[in-house]
Design a binder for this molecule. Sequence first.
Ligand SMILES: Cc1ncc(COP(=O)(O)O)c(C=O)c1O
Length: 376
Amino acid sequence: MIPFNRATVAPGQLDLVAEAFASGQLSGDGTFTRRASRTLSALHGGDSTVLLTTSCTAALEVAALLLELQPGDEVIVPSFTFVSSANAFALMGATIVFVDIERSSMNLSVDQVASVIGPRTRAIVAVNYGGWPSVTPELLELAATHDVVVIEDNAHGLFGHDGNVPLGTRSALSTLSFHETKNVTCGEGGALVINDLDLVERAEIIREKGTNRSRFFRGMVDKYTWIDVGSSYLLSDINAAVLCAQLEFHETVQARRREAAKQYLVELCDWADSIGVTMPHRDAPPGLPDHLFPLLFEGIDERTAFLAHTRQHGVATTFHYVPLHNSPAGERLGRAPLGCGNTVNISERLVRLPLFSDITEAEVGQIIEVVRSYRS
Ligand SMILES: Cc1ncc(COP(=O)(O)O)c(C=O)c1O
């Protein structure tokens, strides 16, 4: 069976782990954390402060704590996303206001945001689905008019660009994931990318259990103490060592993923047209990070049949995102005042093909053959 995902392995990653152990510094904010954070900052253009966290979920929680949410505060979140994009804010007491997505980009509908935004809105979570850019000038203008923070869930978007601007830099805060399914990974891991530098000091405190230990380590205060609420969000330096090796290897990773996605696009076009399958990559903007390769079937029955067909023929494909607005927690902790018809539609039609960093030409060829053999 060709798996849906095989985690990226970078040359030298175990050597760096050995170096971390030899140094005796294994907890967070050591040499490897600083090195990975610098690389990530450079990948974001150099002006952002990057704080490594234990996951993208944890980074979203730091962002939620920064908002100092009060009962009755609302956070706007697309229904078509991973649970953490909403859960992090519900956890801190916010009411989630779900909005629908656009069918073309699979990102949040700015028209719906404009209709639901109001005096109780504190933040908008913009998810870059598959690395399609979601933070548009219209969204930023709307947020600025209402004095609302834009938090960019960029779990899929590292290495992606909107024009020549790196994804994750147009908003005040953005978040990254280094889960094993992502282009670069350290098992579990994440980062908070801070573009509004006024937020750095408090974010550091929240990430360090509510203490000013980061300032203490930099010699800025002579002892550290409990300053604010927070939790334990630091990535260990063992994981950061793996992440350093993975980031150093990223050009190879991206080249291989780009090549596989290109091959899918070129070699599946005719088949897709012949059976009414849409390939979002066809109309995608340049600069995608090639995190995933979606296909959209005509309906759920076709999708179910296709998933079964590929599995029967040795290729693991999968669907993506069950809508959040009508999930048990989504109904209890949020509302979807305008409905989320596109979310339901896309979530019933979407299939992801295998796309991973060491996928071989032979595997890509076999996947294409199995896909094409569906209904032909
Ligand atoms: C859009 C989005 N946000 C957040 C997450 C959570 O990432 P993590 O597993 O690093 O917490 C995911 C997970 O895949 C995701 O797809």
